[in-house]
Design a binder for this molecule. Structure first.
Ligand SMILES: Cc1ncc(COP(=O)(O)O)c(C=O)c1O
Length: 377
């Protein structure tokens, strides 16, 4: 049996219990699951494709793959992709966890992922017995380690920090990875949710011409419709980039039955072709984010980065050398007000002292959180 760590969220259970005892009930800001309805245009497309007696192709239908390529061109400013550069995945989490297997990595290999990161990059390394190393640039690694790197994960906009990497930073990562023959996989699922200076700018993909130089070899962009389109329950995502890698991945995925159901593929086309619902959803999040951020800052806590995505990355500025307990102490302060947040320690030691507050809660829940925070925590 593979020896994988327990899901860390169970450690939150006691705080959930105490937060639930608040007289006006629990406000759960600990996870990033969408709460608003899946847009009608997507639901209708799903219903219209309900009759699907045969097996769907594991790469995605041609129509879906063309819609993905067109979306990269239109929304991500990445021209030049064809259907052969893209494949559908059953949500992006499975792809992230299984990519090391699909690439044939093993115990002699090193997988690099960001210093503060979504845990699934590490799980992927553990599945194949590879060594995982956290770094935000390959220049941070010593020569021996660097020589073993086969896969570099980028996550921009980042979860939990909300940091966005600009084209120059991404280009440097690509250049360094190419010099050692490593694949760069970039998890970009919050790319349509830029705030502040990123509000009206396209958040760069690893495939952007200024990053990839028009050459997709060794590069994979991973994107999900879970967040932008409230489709987390559909498990609808895709990967794009290196044509040869995509062909090999599709072959492996065909053999192992890792296939997006046909009606979901059809709904994905509707989601990718419609921008209105993304704008509408983003405006809901914008309002919630502004309300919650203002209320958190009023308590004297600091919101750091959080330039994009669905989270506020928060710490107590009075603590200069944070330890893991400081994250838990902050979780406890919020829990006393009946608000559940995630501890930064879930995302590595570099997250010590921080908490992550999600803006994926209903308007009513955010209003409640604001009222309670205004009363002081
Ligand atoms: C950084 C990051 N990557 C991937 C995922 C997984 O998304 P999904 O499996 O819904 O496509 C999430 C979900 O929260 C995430 O935060």
């Amino acid at each position: 049996m593979l020896d994988l760590p327990q899901y860390p969220w169970r450690l939150l259970a006691p705080y959930k219990q105490s937060a639930s005892e608040h007289r006006d009930g629990l406000v759960d800001l600990s996870i990033g699951a969408p709460v608003d309805p899946t847009p009608r245009v997507i639901q209708s497309a799903l219903q219209s494709a309900a009759n699907w007696p045969g097996y769907p192709g594991s790469s995605g239908t041609d129509q879906l793959r063309e819609a993905i390529a067109e979306w990269y061109d239109r929304r991500r400013k990445v021209p030049g992709l064809t259907k052969d550069h893209v494949a559908a995945t059953v949500g992006s989490k499975e792809f992230i966890a299984w990519l090391p297997v699909l690439l044939g990595l093993g115990p002699d290999d090193v997988i690099v992922y960001p210093t503060v990161a979504y845990p699934t990059y590490d799980i992927g390394a553990k599945i194949v017995g590879a060594t995982s190393v956290t770094a935000d640039s390959l220049t941070e690694l010593d020569e021996t380690t660097r020589a073993k790197v086969k896969l570099v994960w980028v996550n921009s906009p980042g979860n939990p920090t909300g940091i966005v990497q600009d084209t120059q930073v991404l280009a440097n990562i690509v250049q360094d990875a190419r010099a050692i023959g490593a694949v760069v996989a970039s998890d970009e699922c919050y790319a349509e949710l830029g705030w502040g200076t990123w509000e009206d700018k396209s958040i760069p993909s690893i495939l952007h011409p200024q990053v990839a130089g028009g050459d997709f070899r060794g590069l994979l962009s991973v994107y999900s419709l879970s967040k932008q389109s409230n489709m987390a329950g559909y498990r609808a995502a895709f990967v794009a980039g290196d044509e040869q890698l995509i062909a090999a991945l599709i072959n492996l995925r065909s053999h192992t039955g890792m296939v997006v159901p046909g009606p979901i593929q059809h709904a994905m086309i509707a989601a990718l072709s419609d921008e209105d619902h993304v704008i509408e959803q983003k405006s809901r999040y914008r309002k919630r984010r502004e309300q919650l951020m203002a209320a958190i800052e009023l308590t004297g806590l600091t919101v750091e980065h959080s330039e994009a995505g669905l989270y506020l990355w928060v710490r107590d500025p009075r603590i200069t050398e944070p330890a893991a307990e400081d994250s838990w102490a902050l979780v406890s302060r919020f829990a006393e007000a009946g608000i559940l947040v995630g501890p930064g320690v879930f995302y590595s030691a570099a997250g010590n002292g921080y908490i992550r507050a999600s803006i994926t809660a209903t308007d009513e829940a955010i209003d409640q959180a604001v009222t309670r925070l205004n009363a002081g925590i």
